[in-house]
Design a protein around this ligand. Structure first.
Ligand SMILES: C[S@@+](CC[C@H](N)C(=O)[O-])C[C@H]1O[C@@H](n2cnc3c(N)ncnc32)[C@H](O)[C@@H]1O
Ligand code: SF4
Ligand code: SF4
Length: 339
């Protein structure tokens, strides 16, 4: 935690660090994930937006609602004034949102850290605003090593890939005193896995601070391990441990491997005790990774801040505290509860 937090933010932080993990959470969320828009410039093949299995998001997210406004963002955050960090992301592209930088400026006034996860397609257009936003970090989802493949998996033109790369280069070049911290991320499908050394080389050449390599979340069928990196795949396990032993000029967050057929969670899902995702309608996210926002997970305008300890959340937390079963299939293949 930085020194600039308010007293309520600090006490909430320490309450969270010192508290026990039980189904009722006594601290408020430390971080709010703001889902700003349903719109996106891409249509990545693995994204929940494209998944027919999702009631709310399926088939390219046809149910497009109005983007969040400054007024609505202020209203939402008023329910959780002790949060110290707002992350702009969600299942849509935050840099498409008109009010994004006004919202950001508002939260900076309140001694909050802010950060953004973006596909980077609009980075060149909004570079000056990004540079002035004082984000703690910006994470750009690159996901491909070449334009042709990018166009296929992300549903864009090949030119878009070069624009994203140019945006990253200019961001790194023009930022002051290494701020914001720049991450690039890849969803490491089984196909892309063997090209990991090339991904690392690219990250080093771009002089970014951090490379995040994500295992795949199989939104279409959470029991399907085909594209997921598993501990049962000996080649994957051996290569990762070999690569981890080498020295790099970029910090790398390696993907967590998933154990096939895991019966019960081995670790608790920590974000359930410190993070809450909320969309422009006040619907909350089922969880940090797999479940998007939906009124069935609770709505802050209906439940107020009780949404943090509603039955859905208490039951989900309990499944990790008891550790005896997975309440949802998505938890079985999610990296969070793995050994
Ligand atoms: C859902 S996106 C939203 C923000 C923005 N549109 C973007 O793509 O960066 C947030 C992150 O989740 C990653 N992601 C999306 N679907 C995924 C999946 N099925 N498995 C793992 N990561 C995924 C994206 O690559 C991105 O880094
Ligand atoms: S850019 Fe982000 S939100 Fe858009 S389809 Fe890709 S992963 Fe999903
Ligand atoms: S473990 Fe389950 S609840 Fe936690 S992030 Fe993963 S899918 Fe969501």
């Amino acid at each position: 935690m930085g020194y600039c937090y308010s007293f309520p933010q600090l006490t909430n932080y320490f309450k969270s660090k010192l508290g026990k993990h039980s189904s009722l959470c006594n601290n408020e969320p430390l971080q709010i994930g703001l889902y700003l828009t349903d719109r996106c410039t891409l249509s990545c093949s693995w994204c929940l937006r494209q998944s027919p299995s999702s009631d709310n998001y399926g088939n390219g997210f046809e149910k497009k609602r109005d983007d969040i406004t400054l007024e609505r963002a202020k209203e939402i955050l008023s329910f959780f004034p002790k949060a110290g960090h707002v992350n702009f992301a969600g299942f849509g592209e935050p840099l498409m949102v008109n009010d994004l930088f006004r919202i950001n400026a508002e939260f900076k006034k309140r001694q909050m850290r802010t950060s953004i996860i973006t596909n980077g397609t609009l980075l060149l257009d909004r570079l000056n605003e990004v540079l002035q936003a004082n984000f703690k970090y910006i994470s750009i989802s690159l996901n491909s090593l070449d334009a042709k493949n990018y166009a296929i998996i992300c549903g864009s033109s090949e030119n878009t890939f070069y624009n994203v790369l140019k945006g990253i280069q200019l961001l790194v070049e023009r930022r002051k005193s290494s701020k914001p911290r720049v991450h690039i991320s890849f969803v490491l499908t089984r196909d892309l896995f063997n090209r990991t050394p090339e991904i690392v080389k690219l990250a080093q050449e771009l002089h970014v601070d951090c490379l995040d390599l994500h295992n795949v979340i199989s939104h279409n069928n959470y029991n399907d391990y085909d594209n997921v990196l598993t501990t049962d795949d000996k080649e994957v396990a051996a290569k990762i441990s070999e690569w981890k032993n080498q020295k790099y000029t970029v910090h790398i967050n390696w993907p967590t491997l998933v154990k096939k057929g895991l019966e019960k969670p081995v670790r608790i899902c920590k974000p359930l005790w410190n993070w809450l995702g909320i969309d422009m309608e006040g619907n909350t996210a089922g969880c940090h990774k797999a479940m998007g926002t939906d009124k069935k997970y609770g709505n802050i305008f209906k439940e107020g801040n009780n949404v943090w300890n509603n039955d859905f959340r208490k039951n989900l937390r309990k499944s990790f505290v008891d550790g005896c079963n997975f309440l949802y299939d998505c938890c079985r293949t999610c990296v969070v509860g793995q050994p």
